[in-house]
Design a protein around this ligand. Structure first.
Ligand SMILES: NC(=O)C1=CN([C@@H]2O[C@H](COP(=O)(O)OP(=O)(O)OC[C@H]3O[C@@H](n4cnc5c(N)ncnc54)[C@H](OP(=O)(O)O)[C@@H]3O)[C@@H](O)[C@H]2O)[C@@H](O)CC1
Ligand SMILES: Nc1ncnc2c1ncn2[C@@H]1O[C@H](COP(=O)(O)OP(=O)(O)OP(=O)(O)O)[C@@H](O)[C@H]1O
Ligand SMILES: [Mg+2]
Length: 368
């Protein structure tokens, strides 16, 4: 029996999950499980994370309820304006993956705020992105310039801040202390303007060391991978990750940072804002190429912006940040599965990005 549920409730959950996974089309390739869905489902619900129940989310219904129709009366910007804060000398792929994924899912405008070194490279990947070369790393400036550069960074971001529906902080940001200091200031400004923030990659390194940047901010979403989660648990809860108590620990972590939303990435994705834990377990791909988390972060930004629009219209009863995470996780996994079908071992992050549109179209067709 599924932990925490009566046999009847567990059977209903199982039937529902069966239906959802068929819609999302993602389980069929999983080794050893492909011919035995019942086994697949029950095992997953037992072993995904113990220490309290986590229910498979109804991702299909969520996607259908928050994805806007393509309506000729809408103007540019209404389907979402997102900005990625990331990209430095070392990493140019990560911010590109996040920003282009947002566009490929249907956002109208996608910006990248990065270092000067990274900007030309990112621009050359795509003419679709609006790239601002405003950040600086310590190696490229003198100590006596830091004050004026820091002020200039915030001045440039301030020009745009109120227009953004969501920021993605961290993909390919690096860990330069001066640069992270400037990004802390950007995060404080975003908070003052009530702009949602998806924090990923090196943004999570920053938040682990300075949790007050997001503490108690309900529009903050943290998307840790296994390393980033470990660091957060150590810093915030002062202990080690304990998967025996996985759900409880995740709830405690979200509460410990004042009710932010956490999407813990892994074999299943677990999502909470401190109230209950939802899971997205549909099968994606066995390829673990770098960059899939960056796609996810850009996708969360889009879906949470759409979920907030639906919430304004009074159509939702659930926290939009949770809905955005569930929708993004399901779409990324489905896209990864589609890409893997075609490319097998040579599947790359850019192949998955090319499947984002189809992945969403199969669930929310433009003309239904
Ligand atoms: N194509 C691209 O451009 C891509 C770029 N990417 C970008 O890479 C960045 C790091 O993300 P990741 O996922 O490698 O971090 P993660 O798994 O925590 O670390 C693995 C190990 O490495 C270490 N470590 C990491 N950074 C370090 C640093 N600056 N300096 C020193 N150590 C560092 C880390 O050590 P620890 O954190 O435990 O100290 C752990 O042991 C991030 O900006 C991401 O967006 C990815 O999105 C993929 C595609
Ligand atoms: N073992 C797994 N099986 C299936 N899906 C997984 C597995 N591990 C991660 N994923 C999925 O891949 C996506 C990216 O997670 P991952 O842990 O690779 O992030 P990341 O390390 O931050 O990636 P990036 O390389 O972009 O930084 C998430 O949606 C996650 O659910
Ligand atoms: Mg990552």
């Amino acid at each position: 029996m599924v932990r925490g549920f009566s046999p009847a409730a567990a059977a209903a959950v199982f039937r529902r999950q069966n239906f959802l996974i068929r819609c999302l089309g993602g389980y069929r390739k999983e080794k050893n499980y492909s011919n035995n869905f019942h086994h697949h489902c029950v095992i997953r619900m037992h072993s995904a994370m113990s220490g309290g129940p986590s229910l498979e989310a109804d991702a299909v219904s969520i996607l259908r309820s928050i994805t806007p129709t393509l309506d000729p009366t809408r103007h540019k910007g209404q389907a979402g304006k997102v900005a990625v804060i990331g990209g430095c000398r070392e990493y140019t792929g990560a911010p590109y993956f996040s920003a282009i994924s947002a566009l490929k899912l249907g956002a109208d405008v996608s910006h990248v705020f990065c270092t000067k070194d990274a900007a030309t490279v990112i621009k050359s990947y795509s003419p679709e992105l609006i790239v601002h070369p405003i950040l600086e790393e310590s190696y490229s400036i003198r100590n006596d310039e830091k004050g004026s550069i820091s002020a200039k960074v915030i001045e440039e971001v301030d020009k745009w801040m109120e227009r953004f529906d969501c920021l993605v902080i961290g993909p390919g940001l690096g860990r330069d202390p001066f640069l992270l200091d400037c990004v802390s200031n950007i995060m404080k400004r975003a908070r003052e303007s009530n702009v949602p923030m998806v924090i990923d990659g090196d943004g999570l390194f920053l938040v682990s060391n300075s949790p007050d940047l997001v503490r108690g901010y309900p529009l903050a979403v943290l998307t840790p991978n296994v390393n980033e989660y470990k660091r957060l648990v150590q810093k915030i809860l002062n202990c080690e990750v304990n998967d025996e108590e996985g759900s409880k620990q995740l709830l405690a972590l979200a509460k410990g940072i004042g009710g932010v939303t956490i999407l813990r990435k892994g074999k299943s994705d677990f999502i909470t804002d401190g109230e209950k834990v939802s899971a997205v377990s549909i099968y994606g791909s066995p390829r673990r190429c770098g960059g899939q988390g960056d796609i996810l972060a850009g996708s969360v930004a889009v879906f949470l912006s759409w979920a907030r629009q639906s919430a304004y219209r009074g159509e939702l009863g659930t926290n939009p940040t949770i809905l955005g995470c569930i929708a993004a996780s399901a779409i990324l996994r489905k896209a990864a599965s589609l890409a893997f079908d075609q490319k097998k071992r040579s599947t790359l992050t850019s192949d998955i990005i090319e499947c984002l549109g189809r992945s969403l179209e199969e669930i929310c067709p433009v003309i239904s």
